[in-house]
Design a protein around this ligand. Structure first.
Ligand code: ACM
Length: 532
Protein backbone atom coordinates (compact mmCIF):
# COMPACT_ATOMS: atom_id res chain seq x y z
CA UNK A 1 0.00 0.00 0.00
CA UNK A 2 1.36 3.41 -0.96
CA UNK A 3 2.07 5.57 2.08
CA UNK A 4 -0.37 8.33 0.95
CA UNK A 5 -3.19 5.81 0.72
CA UNK A 6 -2.23 4.45 4.11
CA UNK A 7 -2.30 7.92 5.65
CA UNK A 8 -5.71 8.77 4.19
CA UNK A 9 -7.05 5.38 5.36
CA UNK A 10 -5.86 6.16 8.89
CA UNK A 11 -7.38 9.63 8.75
CA UNK A 12 -10.74 8.25 7.67
CA UNK A 13 -10.50 5.69 10.45
CA UNK A 14 -9.60 8.33 13.03
CA UNK A 15 -12.36 10.65 11.87
CA UNK A 16 -14.95 7.92 12.07
CA UNK A 17 -13.65 7.13 15.55
CA UNK A 18 -14.27 10.65 16.69
CA UNK A 19 -17.75 10.69 15.24
CA UNK A 20 -18.89 7.61 17.09
CA UNK A 21 -19.72 8.22 20.72
CA UNK A 22 -19.09 5.38 23.13
CA UNK A 23 -22.21 3.85 24.62
CA UNK A 24 -20.95 2.72 27.99
CA UNK A 25 -21.98 -0.69 29.25
CA UNK A 26 -24.48 -0.83 32.08
CA UNK A 27 -23.60 -4.15 33.70
CA UNK A 28 -24.46 -5.33 37.22
CA UNK A 29 -22.20 -6.29 38.89
CA UNK A 30 -19.73 -3.70 37.59
CA UNK A 31 -16.88 -5.42 35.71
CA UNK A 32 -13.28 -4.95 36.81
CA UNK A 33 -12.07 -3.37 33.54
CA UNK A 34 -13.73 -2.22 30.33
CA UNK A 35 -11.67 -0.84 27.43
CA UNK A 36 -13.95 0.68 24.79
CA UNK A 37 -13.37 1.07 21.06
CA UNK A 38 -15.69 3.20 18.93
CA UNK A 39 -18.23 1.32 16.87
CA UNK A 40 -20.57 -1.59 17.24
CA UNK A 41 -20.51 -5.31 16.65
CA UNK A 42 -23.69 -6.16 14.77
CA UNK A 43 -25.19 -9.55 15.53
CA UNK A 44 -26.97 -11.50 12.82
CA UNK A 45 -30.67 -12.15 13.27
CA UNK A 46 -29.80 -15.80 13.87
CA UNK A 47 -26.34 -15.58 15.41
CA UNK A 48 -24.16 -18.67 15.29
CA UNK A 49 -22.60 -19.69 18.61
CA UNK A 50 -19.46 -21.84 18.38
CA UNK A 51 -18.13 -23.76 21.37
CA UNK A 52 -16.26 -26.90 22.37
CA UNK A 53 -18.28 -29.83 23.73
CA UNK A 54 -17.18 -29.02 27.33
CA UNK A 55 -19.18 -25.79 27.04
CA UNK A 56 -22.42 -27.29 25.69
CA UNK A 57 -24.26 -26.30 28.89
CA UNK A 58 -23.09 -22.67 28.71
CA UNK A 59 -23.90 -22.47 24.99
CA UNK A 60 -27.41 -23.81 25.62
CA UNK A 61 -27.93 -21.27 28.39
CA UNK A 62 -26.73 -18.49 26.07
CA UNK A 63 -29.18 -19.72 23.44
CA UNK A 64 -32.05 -19.70 25.95
CA UNK A 65 -31.10 -16.21 27.19
CA UNK A 66 -31.01 -14.81 23.65
CA UNK A 67 -34.41 -16.32 23.08
CA UNK A 68 -35.98 -15.01 26.30
CA UNK A 69 -34.29 -11.57 26.26
CA UNK A 70 -34.44 -10.75 22.55
CA UNK A 71 -36.63 -13.42 20.91
CA UNK A 72 -33.60 -14.44 18.90
CA UNK A 73 -33.02 -18.02 17.84
CA UNK A 74 -29.27 -18.62 17.99
CA UNK A 75 -27.75 -21.51 16.05
CA UNK A 76 -25.48 -23.74 18.11
CA UNK A 77 -22.35 -24.99 16.39
CA UNK A 78 -20.52 -27.47 18.60
CA UNK A 79 -16.89 -27.95 17.70
CA UNK A 80 -16.11 -24.40 16.60
CA UNK A 81 -15.86 -22.84 13.16
CA UNK A 82 -17.10 -19.49 11.86
CA UNK A 83 -19.39 -17.86 14.36
CA UNK A 84 -20.83 -14.60 15.61
CA UNK A 85 -20.24 -15.55 19.24
CA UNK A 86 -17.45 -17.91 20.23
CA UNK A 87 -17.06 -19.49 23.66
CA UNK A 88 -13.56 -20.72 24.33
CA UNK A 89 -11.84 -22.39 27.27
CA UNK A 90 -8.28 -21.17 27.65
CA UNK A 91 -6.19 -21.95 30.75
CA UNK A 92 -3.99 -18.91 30.09
CA UNK A 93 -6.90 -16.46 30.51
CA UNK A 94 -6.71 -14.85 33.97
CA UNK A 95 -5.17 -18.08 35.31
CA UNK A 96 -5.20 -16.94 38.95
CA UNK A 97 -8.78 -15.58 38.79
CA UNK A 98 -11.31 -18.33 39.28
CA UNK A 99 -14.62 -17.43 37.62
CA UNK A 100 -12.97 -14.61 35.64
CA UNK A 101 -13.43 -14.11 31.88
CA UNK A 102 -12.48 -11.90 28.97
CA UNK A 103 -15.23 -10.71 26.64
CA UNK A 104 -13.70 -9.46 23.41
CA UNK A 105 -16.10 -7.52 21.22
CA UNK A 106 -13.84 -5.39 19.08
CA UNK A 107 -13.16 -7.50 16.03
CA UNK A 108 -16.63 -7.55 14.56
CA UNK A 109 -17.48 -10.76 16.42
CA UNK A 110 -17.87 -11.62 20.08
CA UNK A 111 -15.43 -13.93 21.81
CA UNK A 112 -15.78 -15.04 25.44
CA UNK A 113 -12.71 -16.73 26.88
CA UNK A 114 -12.17 -18.09 30.37
CA UNK A 115 -10.19 -20.74 32.20
CA UNK A 116 -13.37 -22.49 33.42
CA UNK A 117 -16.99 -23.03 32.37
CA UNK A 118 -18.03 -20.87 35.35
CA UNK A 119 -16.00 -17.99 33.92
CA UNK A 120 -17.59 -18.52 30.50
CA UNK A 121 -21.07 -18.31 32.00
CA UNK A 122 -20.11 -15.08 33.79
CA UNK A 123 -19.02 -13.71 30.41
CA UNK A 124 -22.33 -14.83 28.92
CA UNK A 125 -24.19 -12.96 31.67
CA UNK A 126 -22.23 -9.81 30.81
CA UNK A 127 -22.94 -10.27 27.10
CA UNK A 128 -26.69 -10.49 27.76
CA UNK A 129 -26.55 -7.14 29.47
CA UNK A 130 -24.56 -5.33 26.78
CA UNK A 131 -26.57 -6.42 23.74
CA UNK A 132 -28.81 -3.54 22.69
CA UNK A 133 -31.57 -3.43 20.13
CA UNK A 134 -31.18 -0.61 17.60
CA UNK A 135 -33.57 -0.29 14.65
CA UNK A 136 -34.56 -3.92 15.08
CA UNK A 137 -30.91 -5.08 15.02
CA UNK A 138 -28.87 -6.45 17.90
CA UNK A 139 -25.64 -4.55 18.54
CA UNK A 140 -22.82 -4.59 21.03
CA UNK A 141 -20.70 -1.52 21.70
CA UNK A 142 -17.12 -2.51 20.87
CA UNK A 143 -15.04 -3.16 23.96
CA UNK A 144 -12.86 -5.65 25.77
CA UNK A 145 -14.07 -6.59 29.25
CA UNK A 146 -11.58 -8.18 31.62
CA UNK A 147 -13.48 -9.26 34.66
CA UNK A 148 -13.23 -11.36 37.82
CA UNK A 149 -14.82 -11.34 41.28
CA UNK A 150 -13.56 -9.57 44.37
CA UNK A 151 -14.84 -12.42 46.57
CA UNK A 152 -15.18 -16.15 45.99
CA UNK A 153 -18.29 -16.42 48.24
CA UNK A 154 -21.28 -14.43 46.98
CA UNK A 155 -24.26 -15.96 48.70
CA UNK A 156 -27.99 -15.62 48.96
CA UNK A 157 -29.70 -17.52 51.79
CA UNK A 158 -33.29 -18.70 51.68
CA UNK A 159 -34.94 -19.80 54.93
CA UNK A 160 -37.62 -22.34 54.17
CA UNK A 161 -37.68 -23.73 57.70
CA UNK A 162 -40.23 -21.04 58.48
CA UNK A 163 -42.32 -21.02 55.30
CA UNK A 164 -42.01 -23.61 52.56
CA UNK A 165 -41.87 -21.98 49.11
CA UNK A 166 -41.24 -24.88 46.75
CA UNK A 167 -39.21 -25.91 43.73
CA UNK A 168 -40.30 -23.36 41.14
CA UNK A 169 -39.65 -20.43 43.48
CA UNK A 170 -36.17 -21.76 44.23
CA UNK A 171 -35.40 -22.19 40.53
CA UNK A 172 -36.40 -18.61 39.82
CA UNK A 173 -34.14 -17.41 42.65
CA UNK A 174 -31.27 -19.45 41.21
CA UNK A 175 -31.85 -17.84 37.81
CA UNK A 176 -31.79 -14.38 39.32
CA UNK A 177 -28.61 -15.21 41.25
CA UNK A 178 -26.92 -16.48 38.09
CA UNK A 179 -27.89 -13.30 36.21
CA UNK A 180 -26.08 -11.35 38.96
CA UNK A 181 -23.06 -13.71 39.10
CA UNK A 182 -23.87 -14.89 42.63
CA UNK A 183 -22.44 -18.34 43.23
CA UNK A 184 -23.59 -19.78 46.60
CA UNK A 185 -27.18 -20.69 47.41
CA UNK A 186 -27.27 -21.16 51.17
CA UNK A 187 -30.39 -23.19 51.82
CA UNK A 188 -31.72 -23.02 55.36
CA UNK A 189 -33.77 -26.20 55.34
CA UNK A 190 -34.54 -26.98 58.98
CA UNK A 191 -35.67 -24.89 61.87
CA UNK A 192 -38.03 -24.96 64.85
CA UNK A 193 -41.09 -24.39 62.69
CA UNK A 194 -40.33 -26.88 59.92
CA UNK A 195 -38.09 -29.68 58.63
CA UNK A 196 -38.00 -29.59 54.82
CA UNK A 197 -35.66 -32.43 53.69
CA UNK A 198 -36.87 -35.97 53.20
CA UNK A 199 -34.64 -38.30 55.25
CA UNK A 200 -35.39 -41.90 54.37
CA UNK A 201 -34.11 -43.37 57.65
CA UNK A 202 -36.21 -40.95 59.72
CA UNK A 203 -39.51 -40.49 57.83
CA UNK A 204 -41.29 -38.73 60.69
CA UNK A 205 -39.01 -35.72 60.17
CA UNK A 206 -41.20 -34.83 57.22
CA UNK A 207 -44.42 -36.70 58.14
CA UNK A 208 -44.59 -34.72 61.38
CA UNK A 209 -41.79 -32.13 61.31
CA UNK A 210 -42.72 -30.55 57.98
CA UNK A 211 -46.16 -29.36 59.15
CA UNK A 212 -47.52 -27.07 61.84
CA UNK A 213 -51.07 -26.26 62.88
CA UNK A 214 -50.81 -22.50 62.96
CA UNK A 215 -48.32 -19.65 62.50
CA UNK A 216 -47.67 -16.54 64.50
CA UNK A 217 -48.48 -13.43 62.47
CA UNK A 218 -47.79 -9.68 62.49
CA UNK A 219 -44.50 -9.56 64.43
CA UNK A 220 -42.27 -11.39 66.92
CA UNK A 221 -44.02 -11.86 70.23
CA UNK A 222 -47.47 -10.92 68.90
CA UNK A 223 -48.94 -14.21 70.12
CA UNK A 224 -51.54 -13.81 67.36
CA UNK A 225 -51.90 -16.86 65.13
CA UNK A 226 -53.45 -17.45 61.72
CA UNK A 227 -54.97 -20.81 62.67
CA UNK A 228 -53.93 -22.28 59.32
CA UNK A 229 -51.98 -25.48 58.82
CA UNK A 230 -48.75 -24.84 56.92
CA UNK A 231 -46.10 -27.15 55.62
CA UNK A 232 -44.27 -28.89 52.84
CA UNK A 233 -40.96 -30.54 52.14
CA UNK A 234 -38.60 -31.54 49.36
CA UNK A 235 -38.22 -35.17 48.40
CA UNK A 236 -34.67 -36.28 47.74
CA UNK A 237 -35.56 -36.39 44.05
CA UNK A 238 -36.72 -32.75 44.17
CA UNK A 239 -33.49 -31.76 45.88
CA UNK A 240 -31.32 -33.54 43.30
CA UNK A 241 -33.23 -31.78 40.52
CA UNK A 242 -32.53 -28.42 42.15
CA UNK A 243 -28.86 -29.27 42.79
CA UNK A 244 -28.54 -30.04 39.08
CA UNK A 245 -30.35 -26.84 38.10
CA UNK A 246 -27.99 -24.82 40.32
CA UNK A 247 -24.87 -26.66 39.08
CA UNK A 248 -25.73 -25.79 35.48
CA UNK A 249 -25.69 -22.14 36.60
CA UNK A 250 -22.40 -22.65 38.49
CA UNK A 251 -24.11 -22.11 41.81
CA UNK A 252 -23.09 -24.31 44.73
CA UNK A 253 -25.78 -25.16 47.23
CA UNK A 254 -24.74 -25.09 50.88
CA UNK A 255 -27.41 -26.94 52.89
CA UNK A 256 -28.00 -25.84 56.46
CA UNK A 257 -29.25 -28.35 59.02
CA UNK A 258 -29.60 -26.55 62.36
CA UNK A 259 -28.00 -28.11 65.42
CA UNK A 260 -28.02 -28.25 68.39
CA UNK A 261 -30.70 -25.55 68.64
CA UNK A 262 -33.47 -24.43 66.28
CA UNK A 263 -34.36 -28.11 66.36
CA UNK A 264 -37.98 -28.18 67.62
CA UNK A 265 -39.41 -29.65 64.39
CA UNK A 266 -36.98 -32.57 64.59
CA UNK A 267 -37.69 -33.02 68.30
CA UNK A 268 -41.46 -32.92 67.68
CA UNK A 269 -40.91 -35.78 65.21
CA UNK A 270 -38.68 -37.85 67.53
CA UNK A 271 -38.94 -36.64 71.16
CA UNK A 272 -35.88 -38.69 72.22
CA UNK A 273 -33.74 -36.24 70.24
CA UNK A 274 -34.57 -33.52 72.76
CA UNK A 275 -32.94 -32.82 76.09
CA UNK A 276 -36.24 -32.51 77.97
CA UNK A 277 -37.61 -35.77 76.54
CA UNK A 278 -41.03 -34.12 76.33
CA UNK A 279 -43.40 -34.65 73.42
CA UNK A 280 -43.82 -31.24 71.77
CA UNK A 281 -45.67 -30.03 68.69
CA UNK A 282 -44.02 -28.28 65.79
CA UNK A 283 -44.27 -24.71 67.06
CA UNK A 284 -46.06 -21.97 65.17
CA UNK A 285 -44.46 -19.33 67.35
CA UNK A 286 -41.45 -17.55 65.88
CA UNK A 287 -38.38 -16.53 67.84
CA UNK A 288 -35.77 -18.54 69.74
CA UNK A 289 -37.08 -21.73 71.33
CA UNK A 290 -35.80 -23.73 74.29
CA UNK A 291 -35.73 -27.15 72.65
CA UNK A 292 -32.22 -28.40 72.04
CA UNK A 293 -30.71 -31.74 71.00
CA UNK A 294 -29.50 -34.03 73.76
CA UNK A 295 -25.90 -34.07 72.59
CA UNK A 296 -24.87 -36.41 75.45
CA UNK A 297 -26.93 -39.25 73.97
CA UNK A 298 -25.01 -41.50 71.51
CA UNK A 299 -28.31 -42.22 69.70
CA UNK A 300 -28.69 -38.51 68.98
CA UNK A 301 -25.16 -38.38 67.61
CA UNK A 302 -25.97 -41.47 65.50
CA UNK A 303 -29.08 -39.68 64.22
CA UNK A 304 -26.98 -36.67 63.20
CA UNK A 305 -24.44 -38.97 61.55
CA UNK A 306 -27.14 -40.72 59.52
CA UNK A 307 -28.98 -37.52 58.62
CA UNK A 308 -25.77 -35.86 57.45
CA UNK A 309 -25.02 -38.98 55.35
CA UNK A 310 -28.29 -38.59 53.48
CA UNK A 311 -27.92 -34.82 53.10
CA UNK A 312 -24.36 -35.19 51.82
CA UNK A 313 -25.48 -37.76 49.26
CA UNK A 314 -27.74 -35.06 47.78
CA UNK A 315 -25.52 -31.98 47.93
CA UNK A 316 -22.11 -32.44 46.30
CA UNK A 317 -20.65 -29.07 47.43
CA UNK A 318 -17.71 -29.06 49.81
CA UNK A 319 -19.37 -27.09 52.65
CA UNK A 320 -22.01 -28.21 55.15
CA UNK A 321 -23.68 -25.55 57.34
CA UNK A 322 -24.69 -26.70 60.82
CA UNK A 323 -26.38 -23.52 62.02
CA UNK A 324 -25.29 -23.44 65.66
CA UNK A 325 -26.96 -20.10 66.33
CA UNK A 326 -29.21 -18.99 69.19
CA UNK A 327 -28.92 -21.99 71.48
CA UNK A 328 -30.72 -21.45 74.77
CA UNK A 329 -28.77 -23.36 77.39
CA UNK A 330 -31.56 -23.78 80.01
CA UNK A 331 -32.42 -27.37 79.09
CA UNK A 332 -28.78 -28.43 79.08
CA UNK A 333 -28.21 -26.80 82.48
CA UNK A 334 -31.25 -28.62 83.92
CA UNK A 335 -30.36 -32.05 82.52
CA UNK A 336 -28.50 -34.52 84.80
CA UNK A 337 -27.39 -36.48 81.70
CA UNK A 338 -25.88 -33.38 80.11
CA UNK A 339 -24.24 -32.33 83.39
CA UNK A 340 -22.68 -35.80 83.79
CA UNK A 341 -21.45 -35.66 80.19
CA UNK A 342 -19.88 -32.25 80.81
CA UNK A 343 -18.11 -33.53 83.93
CA UNK A 344 -16.83 -36.58 82.03
CA UNK A 345 -15.37 -34.38 79.28
CA UNK A 346 -14.18 -31.63 81.63
CA UNK A 347 -16.46 -29.04 80.07
CA UNK A 348 -17.09 -26.14 82.40
CA UNK A 349 -19.82 -24.15 80.65
CA UNK A 350 -22.66 -24.81 78.20
CA UNK A 351 -20.88 -22.66 75.60
CA UNK A 352 -17.89 -24.97 75.99
CA UNK A 353 -20.19 -27.96 75.53
CA UNK A 354 -21.50 -26.39 72.34
CA UNK A 355 -17.97 -25.94 70.97
CA UNK A 356 -17.15 -29.55 71.97
CA UNK A 357 -20.30 -30.84 70.22
CA UNK A 358 -19.60 -28.66 67.18
CA UNK A 359 -16.09 -30.13 66.92
CA UNK A 360 -17.51 -33.64 67.06
CA UNK A 361 -19.78 -32.77 64.14
CA UNK A 362 -16.85 -31.12 62.37
CA UNK A 363 -14.85 -34.38 62.67
CA UNK A 364 -17.86 -36.39 61.52
CA UNK A 365 -18.20 -34.16 58.44
CA UNK A 366 -14.45 -34.14 57.75
CA UNK A 367 -14.49 -37.96 57.53
CA UNK A 368 -17.21 -37.57 54.89
CA UNK A 369 -15.07 -35.05 52.99
CA UNK A 370 -17.04 -31.96 54.01
CA UNK A 371 -15.98 -28.70 55.56
CA UNK A 372 -18.16 -27.39 58.37
CA UNK A 373 -19.60 -23.91 58.54
CA UNK A 374 -21.70 -22.38 61.31
CA UNK A 375 -23.03 -19.07 62.57
CA UNK A 376 -20.55 -17.28 64.80
CA UNK A 377 -22.02 -18.58 68.08
CA UNK A 378 -19.91 -21.69 67.35
CA UNK A 379 -16.78 -19.86 68.52
CA UNK A 380 -18.20 -19.93 72.08
CA UNK A 381 -18.32 -16.14 72.38
CA UNK A 382 -21.21 -14.46 74.18
CA UNK A 383 -23.59 -12.92 71.67
CA UNK A 384 -26.97 -12.85 73.39
CA UNK A 385 -28.49 -11.23 76.44
CA UNK A 386 -30.19 -14.52 77.30
CA UNK A 387 -26.77 -16.07 77.83
CA UNK A 388 -25.26 -15.27 81.24
CA UNK A 389 -21.56 -14.41 81.50
CA UNK A 390 -21.14 -17.68 83.40
CA UNK A 391 -22.58 -19.58 80.42
CA UNK A 392 -19.80 -18.42 78.13
CA UNK A 393 -16.84 -17.58 80.39
CA UNK A 394 -13.44 -19.23 79.94
CA UNK A 395 -14.25 -21.47 76.97
CA UNK A 396 -11.09 -23.59 76.60
CA UNK A 397 -12.26 -25.75 73.71
CA UNK A 398 -10.86 -24.46 70.43
CA UNK A 399 -13.21 -24.63 67.48
CA UNK A 400 -11.80 -27.05 64.88
CA UNK A 401 -9.42 -25.35 62.49
CA UNK A 402 -10.73 -25.24 58.94
CA UNK A 403 -14.22 -24.30 60.11
CA UNK A 404 -15.85 -21.46 58.20
CA UNK A 405 -17.29 -19.01 60.71
CA UNK A 406 -20.42 -17.30 59.44
CA UNK A 407 -20.36 -13.91 61.12
CA UNK A 408 -23.78 -12.35 61.71
CA UNK A 409 -23.71 -10.76 65.17
CA UNK A 410 -21.22 -9.00 67.41
CA UNK A 411 -18.84 -6.14 66.90
CA UNK A 412 -15.93 -5.75 64.51
CA UNK A 413 -13.49 -6.75 67.26
CA UNK A 414 -15.14 -10.17 67.32
CA UNK A 415 -14.78 -10.76 63.59
CA UNK A 416 -11.16 -9.61 63.81
CA UNK A 417 -10.52 -11.98 66.71
CA UNK A 418 -12.00 -14.87 64.70
CA UNK A 419 -9.80 -14.04 61.72
CA UNK A 420 -6.72 -13.65 63.94
CA UNK A 421 -7.35 -17.17 65.23
CA UNK A 422 -7.01 -18.33 61.62
CA UNK A 423 -10.61 -19.08 60.64
CA UNK A 424 -12.07 -18.24 57.26
CA UNK A 425 -15.09 -15.98 57.60
CA UNK A 426 -18.17 -15.22 55.55
CA UNK A 427 -19.55 -11.87 56.59
CA UNK A 428 -23.34 -11.64 56.89
CA UNK A 429 -23.47 -8.92 59.50
CA UNK A 430 -27.16 -8.61 60.25
CA UNK A 431 -27.40 -4.81 60.32
CA UNK A 432 -26.35 -4.69 56.66
CA UNK A 433 -27.34 -7.99 55.05
CA UNK A 434 -30.60 -9.30 56.55
CA UNK A 435 -33.22 -9.16 53.83
CA UNK A 436 -36.07 -9.67 56.29
CA UNK A 437 -35.19 -6.25 57.76
CA UNK A 438 -37.30 -3.37 56.51
CA UNK A 439 -36.19 -0.87 53.89
CA UNK A 440 -36.23 1.74 56.68
CA UNK A 441 -33.47 -0.12 58.49
CA UNK A 442 -31.59 -1.35 55.40
CA UNK A 443 -32.32 0.96 52.46
CA UNK A 444 -30.59 0.25 49.15
CA UNK A 445 -27.72 2.65 49.79
CA UNK A 446 -26.92 0.96 53.09
CA UNK A 447 -27.11 -2.50 51.51
CA UNK A 448 -24.79 -1.27 48.74
CA UNK A 449 -22.35 0.29 51.19
CA UNK A 450 -21.63 -3.00 52.97
CA UNK A 451 -17.97 -3.96 52.98
CA UNK A 452 -17.42 -7.58 54.10
CA UNK A 453 -13.82 -6.79 55.02
CA UNK A 454 -13.58 -4.97 58.35
CA UNK A 455 -11.07 -2.14 58.69
CA UNK A 456 -7.58 -2.68 60.00
CA UNK A 457 -6.79 -6.14 58.62
CA UNK A 458 -3.45 -7.10 57.09
CA UNK A 459 -3.50 -8.39 53.50
CA UNK A 460 -3.17 -11.95 54.78
CA UNK A 461 -6.09 -11.45 57.14
CA UNK A 462 -8.19 -9.87 54.38
CA UNK A 463 -7.83 -13.06 52.37
CA UNK A 464 -9.58 -14.90 55.23
CA UNK A 465 -12.80 -13.06 54.40
CA UNK A 466 -14.25 -15.34 51.74
CA UNK A 467 -17.10 -12.98 50.96
CA UNK A 468 -20.62 -12.15 51.98
CA UNK A 469 -24.09 -13.55 52.30
CA UNK A 470 -27.45 -11.84 52.26
CA UNK A 471 -30.19 -13.66 54.12
CA UNK A 472 -33.90 -13.99 53.41
CA UNK A 473 -35.13 -15.15 56.80
CA UNK A 474 -38.65 -16.47 56.56
CA UNK A 475 -40.57 -15.54 59.71
CA UNK A 476 -43.61 -13.47 58.70
CA UNK A 477 -42.80 -14.05 54.99
CA UNK A 478 -45.62 -16.44 54.06
CA UNK A 479 -45.89 -15.69 50.34
CA UNK A 480 -43.61 -15.38 47.34
CA UNK A 481 -44.84 -11.81 46.88
CA UNK A 482 -43.82 -10.83 50.42
CA UNK A 483 -40.44 -12.45 49.81
CA UNK A 484 -39.85 -10.72 46.48
CA UNK A 485 -40.59 -7.31 47.99
CA UNK A 486 -37.74 -7.89 50.44
CA UNK A 487 -35.27 -9.56 48.09
CA UNK A 488 -35.51 -7.22 45.09
CA UNK A 489 -33.91 -4.83 44.36
CA UNK A 490 -31.48 -5.28 47.27
CA UNK A 491 -30.18 -8.55 45.80
CA UNK A 492 -28.45 -6.53 43.07
CA UNK A 493 -26.67 -4.37 45.67
CA UNK A 494 -25.27 -7.44 47.42
CA UNK A 495 -24.30 -8.98 44.10
CA UNK A 496 -22.25 -5.94 43.14
CA UNK A 497 -20.75 -5.80 46.63
CA UNK A 498 -19.61 -9.41 46.29
CA UNK A 499 -18.24 -9.16 42.77
CA UNK A 500 -16.88 -5.64 42.37
CA UNK A 501 -13.81 -4.42 44.23
CA UNK A 502 -14.78 -1.79 46.83
CA UNK A 503 -12.56 0.77 45.06
CA UNK A 504 -14.60 0.33 41.87
CA UNK A 505 -18.08 0.68 43.42
CA UNK A 506 -20.17 3.78 42.70
CA UNK A 507 -23.67 4.03 44.10
CA UNK A 508 -25.00 6.58 41.60
CA UNK A 509 -23.72 4.55 38.66
CA UNK A 510 -25.25 1.44 40.24
CA UNK A 511 -28.66 3.13 40.48
CA UNK A 512 -28.46 4.19 36.84
CA UNK A 513 -27.66 0.63 35.80
CA UNK A 514 -30.45 -0.81 37.91
CA UNK A 515 -33.19 0.34 35.53
CA UNK A 516 -32.72 -2.56 33.15
CA UNK A 517 -33.01 -5.02 36.05
CA UNK A 518 -36.12 -3.26 37.38
CA UNK A 519 -37.65 -3.60 33.92
CA UNK A 520 -36.61 -7.25 33.66
CA UNK A 521 -38.04 -8.12 37.08
CA UNK A 522 -41.29 -6.37 36.17
CA UNK A 523 -41.54 -8.42 32.98
CA UNK A 524 -40.95 -11.55 35.06
CA UNK A 525 -43.82 -10.64 37.38
CA UNK A 526 -41.59 -9.76 40.32
CA UNK A 527 -42.78 -6.82 42.40
CA UNK A 528 -39.79 -5.06 43.96
CA UNK A 529 -39.37 -3.03 47.10
CA UNK A 530 -38.33 0.62 46.96
CA UNK A 531 -35.08 1.59 45.25
CA UNK A 532 -34.27 4.54 47.54
C1 ACM B 1 -29.40 -15.89 62.89
O1 ACM B 1 -29.87 -14.83 62.45
N1 ACM B 1 -30.02 -16.53 63.86
C2 ACM B 1 -28.20 -16.47 62.34
Amino acid sequence: MKSSILISFCLVFLCSCQELPIEEYAVIPQPAEIAYTPGFVKLKSQPVVAYPSELANEAQLLQSYLSSDFSVGAVLNEGGGKADITLQLDPTVLPDKKEGYVLDAISGKVMIKANSPAGILNGVQTLRQVIKEKDGKLMVQKAIVTDYPAFSWRAFMLDEGRYFKGKEVVKQLLDEMADLKMNVFHWHLTNDQGWRIEIKKYPKLTEIGAFRDSSEINHFGSDVYDGKRHGGFYTQEDLKEIVDYAAKRHITIVPEVSMPGHASAAIASYPWLGTSGKQIKVPGKFGVHYEVFNVADPDVMKFLDEVTDEVIAIFPGSVFHIGGDEVKYDQWKNSPAIRAYMTKHNLKTPAELQVYFTNEISNMLAVKGKRMMGWNEITGDKLHEYQSDADTEGVKQELASGTIVHFWKGDTALIRKTIEKGYDVVNSYHEYTYLDYSYESIPMEKAYSFNPVPEGLTDDQKSKVLGLGCQMWGEFIPTVESMNLKVYPRLAAYAETGWTDASNKDYQRFLDKLNSFLQKWKTEGITCGPVQ
